[in-house]
Every structure is written in structure tokens, then in C-alpha cells.
Ligand binder design. Structure first.
Ligand SMILES: Nc1nc2c(ncn2[C@@H]2O[C@H](COP(=O)(O)OP(=O)(O)O)[C@@H](O)[C@H]2O)c(=O)[nH]1
Ligand SMILES: [Mg+2]
Length: 453
């Protein structure tokens, strides 16, 4: 991002571009109270919606709008903000944005409002990141996690870690002046025991990143099985539309298809793959290789088997790639099976009977997927946290330096050495909530945002 004056006024359309009932244009920065006064030819009271004509610099009325002025520091960004709700016509939006630009307000970059909020101390970095998580959340659990994080739950947890660490540091630093005295043993309460307990907590928090990834990226569900088992029919059923070609000619799906859908409490990324069987055809073999690659990346595997004509044969490589504990067998075509019970499940994978044609058994399948994913949920208590990959990386660094510090203390090395490791851990924690002195890192972080947020 171009270096700019810290509170230079910026503006953007905050609602999607296109025809709509209302569009919202937002501006933040220094001097907006005066600019608002010029546009609307009156003093705007803070936090009051005012219905007024928007007058351009040339004196033309561009639209009748509702404007709300937020006075610094009581605003999203901590700066003066003007929120202009106009009619949702892209031409009106363009004219207003052009007029704002003529008044010296430049176009905002993606995420620049939230970046300002962070830089002006309105939220810590983990809260700023949660804003985009909240906008992107495509599942009940992802939404919950983002709502907790936006409240600052993660930041509070990190600050607690830092407080405890500072206490431990104070305790061990007291020994610097008494090198002949030993620190109390780890199981005698003292700072070593506390440090060990802190490390355990950090490890537990970092471990939530797996669930965090499932929430942020979606749960990858691979449909595999022999040709004609009904994989593509199942994809269409899950999506409630005809996405994949369904045919009774085996080998129709040669490449793989991926589609995202919100089912149950999570967002699922469903993958329809080329049928797996023993084949010599080079095109089919290439398709199967791709399926096997995808299997290795999948969070859940659904092995679809036609229960009226069960085929348990999979190429050895595919069978070996099926993740234990994360594979279900789906005995499909229950509508054709009549009263005969489904066959025995291969390799003791949990099995379900269903019909991709009638939808029978679908609710059961979705509940099973939810249950399996929920096992990763870090806690069912209030305000649970599922950290992101960026947080996990910082936590891992904190853990590793804390471990080093603990090892030094156990070996009775000079306390200063351990203390220096603990200070490094504080820096790693600080990266989660803010204190990023690297502009590029902030650019990358906020570049994933929408414009106007
Ligand atoms: N009766 C019945 N037919 C099904 C069911 N699922 C799939 N089929 C049919 O089985 C054939 C193969 O289905 P398809 O989804 O293309 O299988 P794929 O090769 O595994 O992707 C098609 O003729 C489907 O209409 C089912 O649950 N019941
Ligand atoms: Mg298919």
C-alpha cells in the first residue's frame, strides 16, 4: 500500500456494486465534519440520521440521502466518519464518489477502514482479523467463532498468557541476585511448575487451529467409489441442483469437481471424483491419480457403494489413502434395495444406507458429518476460540521458546539465559494481538478484506 498520511480522508462504497434498494458510501479521516457541513449545508449532529440532499461541488443535487456523522473518537475507525445511504444506483454512487474525490477524499484500499480501526487502537489485530472472518463465515460454527473473536476473547487469552509470563519472569529474575540459590523444583509450585502449566495451555490453544482451518476454509469431503455407485448423484443431492453429469455409462466423471455448500453447522467443500476401479485406460488412470491426490487432502471421505451391486474393489493405492476414523461407507440406492439389509461394511468403516435419488438417509449423513467435525471443536463452553494459521504459527514460536527457557532452568543454567527466551515468547504473543512493525505483513493481512470494510 502507498504510504499515506495517517488520518488522510478515504472513501468507498461499502455495499456491493450494482442495482439495489440502498447503497452505503462510507468515508473516514480527518476533516470530514467540515466536508459534511459543506455537502449538506448544515452542521451534522453526531450519531443522528439526517435526511438531506447531497449537493456536489458544482451545486447539483446528486441524490436525496440519509447521512450519519460519527465524531472521532466514537466511531468504527476512531476517526470522523460519514455514512451516506443513497439510492442503490451505481451511477449515483459513482457521482458521489467522484465528488468526494474532488473534495480531496481518496478511494480506500481493501480493508483500510478496519486497518485504521486497528492502528487507532479501536481493536486489537485478532479482532480486526475476526471482522473478515465474520463477513466470510459460511456456517453456524464459523459465525460463532468469529463473533467470539471479534469480542476480543482471543486477545484476552493472550494478554492473560503475557501477564502470567511476566509474573514468572519476575519470580525467576529475583534469583539473578542469588546465583547460589536453586529455584524450587518443578513440582513444588514455583515458577518452573507455572511455566510448564503455561506451556500446556499454549499447546492446547494452538491445537484449536485445526478446527479453525475447518471453519475458515470449509470441511473437505471427498466422494469416492466405483463408477456408477452414485457419487455425482450424491453431489447434486447435497447441492440441491444438477451440478454434475449423472449417467448410467460408467466413467462419466474423469476430472474432479469441487463445490461449496452450507449443510448442518459447517461449510462443506464437496468433491466429486473419477470412479475408482481397476482400469488400463490412460485417461481414466490419470483421473484416478487425481482422485487419490485429493483423498490425501480430504478431511472426510465418503466411500459410495451401490448396495444392489456392491463393488468393494478399490485400487490398492486408493484403499491405503482412505483416512482411518474419517471415512464413511455410504451404501447408496437404498430405494432399489427393497427389504434386503445393506451388506457388511468393508474394513469396519462406519456405514450408512441412503438413496441419492430419493434423499432417504441424507439427514443422517449430514448429522454424522457434523458429529465428526464437532469432535475437533475446542470446547463447547462459552466463548470458545479456534485460532487461525497465523495465530498458530505465533503460538508455536512462543511454545518453542518457552520450552527452551524451561530446559535452561531445569539444567540450572544462568537465569538470564532463560529470561531472554521468555522475553522472546512475549514478542511472539504480541504478534497475535498487534505490535506488527512490519508494514508488508499488515498489507498482506488487510488485502484479503473487501473494499469499504
Ligand atoms: N435408483 C437409484 N439410482 C441411482 C441412485 N444414485 C445414482 N443412481 C443412478 O446410478 C447411475 C450412476 O449415477 P452417477 O451419479 O452418475 O454415478 P457415479 O459414476 O458414481 O458418479 C445413474 O443412472 C443414476 O441415476 C440411487 O440412490 N437410486
Ligand atoms: Mg460421476
Amino acid at each position: 500500500m502507498e504510504p499515506s498520511a495517517p488520518n488522510e480522508p478515504i472513501a468507498a462504497l461499502a455495499t456491493p456494486f450494482g442495482e439495489s434498494a440502498i447503497a452505503l458510501i462510507r468515508a473516514t479521516g480527518q476533516g470530514l465534519e467540515a466536508i459534511g457541513g459543506e455537502i449538506f449545508q448544515k452542521k451534522l449532529p453526531p450519531r443522528k440520521a439526517v435526511f438531506a440532499p447531497y449537493r456536489s461541488r458544482e451545486g447539483d443535487i446528486l441524490d436525496e440521502v440519509v447521512v450519519t456523522f460519527f465524531a472521532s473518537p466514537q466511531s468504527y475507525t476512531g476517526e470522523d466518519i460519514l455514512e451516506i445511504s443513497c439510492h442503490g444506483n451505481p451511477l449515483i454512487c459513482e457521482k458521489i464518489l467522484r465528488d468526494l474525490s474532488a473534495r480531496g477524499i481518496r478511494a480506500a484500499e481493501p480493508g483500510e477502514f478496519t486497518r485504521r480501526a486497528f492502528l487507532n487502537g479501536k481493536m486489537d489485530l485478532s479482532q480486526a482479523e475476526a471482522v473478515i472472518d465474520l463477513i466470510r463465515a459460511r456456517g453456524d460454527r464459523a459465525l460463532e467463532a468469529a463473533q467470539h473473536q471479534i469480542k476480543g476473547v482471543l486477545g484476552d487469552q493472550i494478554r492473560k498468557f503475557v501477564d502470567r509470563l511476566l509474573q514468572i519472569l519476575a519470580e525467576i529474575e529475583a534469583y539473578i541476585d542469588f546465583p547460589e540459590e536453586d529455584l524450587p523444583a518443578e513440582d513444588h509450585g514455583g515458577p518452573l511448575g507455572e511455566l510448564k502449566a503455561l506451556i500446556d495451555q499454549v499447546v492446547r490453544l494452538a491445537a484449536t487451529s485445526h478446527y479453525g482451518a475447518l471453519l475458515r476454509e470449509g470441511v473437505k469431503v471427498a466422494l469416492i467409489g466405483a463408477p456408477n455407485a452414485g457419487k455425482s448423484s450424491l453431489l447434486n443431492l447435497l447441492l440441491s441442483r444438477e451440478r454434475a453429469l449423472v449417467s448410467d455409462t460408467p466413467g462419466t466423471t474423469r476430472d474432479f469437481l469441487e463445490e461449496t455448500v452450507h449443510l448442518g453447522k459447517h461449510c462443506l467443500r464437496i468433491l466429486d471424483t473419477a470412479g475408482l476401479h481397476l482400469s488400463e485406460d490412460p485417461l481414466e488412470c490419470a483421473g484416478m491419480e487425481k482422485t487419490i491426490e485429493q483423498l490425501e487432502l480430504a478431511d472426510i471421505c465418503l466411500w459410495v457403494i451401490d448396495q444392489t451391486n456392491p463393488n468393494f474393489n478399490l485400487p490398492v493405492k486408493a484403499r491405503d489413502s482412505l483416512p482411518a476414523k474419517r471415512t464413511f461407507v455410504l451404501f447408496n440406492k437404498s430405494d432399489l434395495a427393497g427389504a434386503s439389509p445393506p451388506p457388511k461394511s468393508p474394513e469396519d468403516f462406519p456405514a450408512l444406507s441412503m438413496s441419492a435419488k430419493t434423499g432417504e438417509g441424507l439427514d443422517g449423513l449430514i448429522a454424522r458429518i457434523d458429529d465428526l467435525v464437532e469432535k475437533e471443536n475446542p470446547g463447547h463452553q462459552r466463548d470458545w476460540i479456534a485460532v487461525s494459521a497465523r495465530h498458530a504459527e505465533a503460538l508455536e514460536e512462543a511454545r518453542s521458546t518457552l520450552e527452551k527457557g524451561l530446559a535452561l532452568l531445569r539444567q540450572n543454567e544462568p537465569v538470564e539465559l532463560a529470561a531472554s527466551e521468555l522475553h522472546n515468547a512475549i514478542d511472539a504473543f504480541a504478534r497475535i494481538v498487534g505490535k506488527i512493525d512490519n508494514e508488508e505483513m499488515l498489507d498482506r493481512l488487510f488485502a484479503t478484506f473487501c473494499i469499504g470494510k
